[in-house]
Design a protein around this ligand. Sequence first.
Ligand SMILES: Cc1cc2nc3c(=O)[nH]c(=O)nc-3n(C[C@H](O)[C@H](O)[C@H](O)COP(=O)(O)OP(=O)(O)OC[C@H]3O[C@@H](n4cnc5c(N)ncnc54)[C@H](O)[C@@H]3O)c2cc1C
Length: 471
Amino acid sequence: MNSSDPQRDEVAGVEASEIDALAARVMGPVVTSGDERYDAERAGYQTTRSHRPDIVVGATGPADVRAAVAFASDHGLPVAVQGTGHQLSAVASEGGVLINTSRMTGVRVNAEAGTAWLAAGTRWDQVIHEAAPAGLAPLSGSLPTLGAVSYTLGGGLGLLSRRYGYAADHVRSLDVVTADGQLRHVTEDSDPDLFWALRGGRDNFGVVTGMEIDLMPITTLYGGGLFFPGESAAEVFETYLQWTATVPDEMSSSVALISFPNVPALPEPLRGRHVVHLRIAYAADTLGASERLVAPLRALHPMIDTLREMSYPESVTIYNDPVAPGTFEAGTAMMGELDAIAVRAILDLAGPHVPVPHIVELRHLGGRLAHPPAVGNAVGNRDARFLFNVASRLERADITDVRPAHKKMFEAIAPWSTGGRFLNFMNGESDSEQVRSAYDPKDYQRLTELKAVYDPANTFRSNHNIPPAVS
Ligand SMILES: Cc1cc2nc3c(=O)[nH]c(=O)nc-3n(C[C@H](O)[C@H](O)[C@H](O)COP(=O)(O)OP(=O)(O)OC[C@H]3O[C@@H](n4cnc5c(N)ncnc54)[C@H](O)[C@@H]3O)c2cc1C
């Protein structure tokens, strides 16, 4: 027990002396709800929901994670994990032990092998910064402050994804603490089943304390954004959809209709307006074709055009996702081919005339994402052509208005949806049908069978849960 730890009471039927014994075994803080550090230990990017665990362990390394998992298993308590808190699910808020990995940061780049080892709580901006001097880049996503390990375990759809596939397709090894409290170094050769399940099954099989990933030989790309007035949304979305059918795999892109707040921090043309934001990341070996490729989009006369050659570290500006924590409600659906009627269905429910401000986004899939990786994993829905996301900031709208508005939107787009979902964008509570939809049916069955082997008591259930198969 640290000298700063207060007197504790029994929690969740666990004697205070046992919690003190856990605190004595771990280097980081062990905090219960009466402790003034409790709120800071469970705080994350997403402020709509927060974990309300019985006990938080602020892990400093694998030994702390082992102690926390073993303690939870011994007492029959569920384990939740939090890195940077970008995707808290509501079920995670109910009791148990929360392992906060935010202190476990660290990156080791192996320039010769073209790989990096990342600790559990490492953010993408750290990896990008460490990899760039070696002429390498990770398969990072739209927001550089995302937790790299959790993002990768959940699939990882990044700026270079149509060229290289999901981030989960480029994991070489994982260090994971499983429900029995063991720390395992997992590779394709050592534990093929667990290696398969963790890459896509994420937090259902253990707490990953570190992973080795491939880096890509990318120093420069052509990218940025084109901004159009919301009034031209239908034309821009339709042209964008036609354009995606013509581009090479090196071109990754998305389009969003965004309702911007009227705040001085934004450039004047965006303040308080509905705006179409088209995002481009073209990463080919030579960038000579860039301008020609984007010409059909530029022909739509954007009011702001930031497309240019940039270094990979500068690519963190392409999406301009908000870095500051906030409260939002979001949903996701995998889509098949889309046409003008689909665009109309989306825009009818998202435009300036609707009372609830939304961000609606289509990310172009296909390319390498559509192919199975060299070493198979559990990431599903590879046949989808687009990913649809909707998010609404709850600072600007009431949850009781947002939820029915999102529901209506998903009903409207249902004819074009594959029925699948992308795990990384599944926010809030999920039922078993929703979790199932993140995987291909045979893979889901295999995941439940492996869950019965590696976590038969479902200790890792404070998540989008895959239950153990019943034999
Ligand atoms: C603004 C924004 C932009 C985003 N952009 C992208 C994008 O471009 N591409 C994309 O693929 N995703 C994107 N995401 C989704 C993001 O990748 C996921 O939310 C990811 O899980 C975030 O990880 P985190 O550590 O930041 O979040 P956390 O909320 O801390 O963790 C999310 C989940 O991962 C699990 N987890 C965390 N750490 C571990 C661990 N060490 N071992 C096992 N499980 C763990 C937790 O149980 C939790 O359920 C975005 C999210 C936001 C909010």
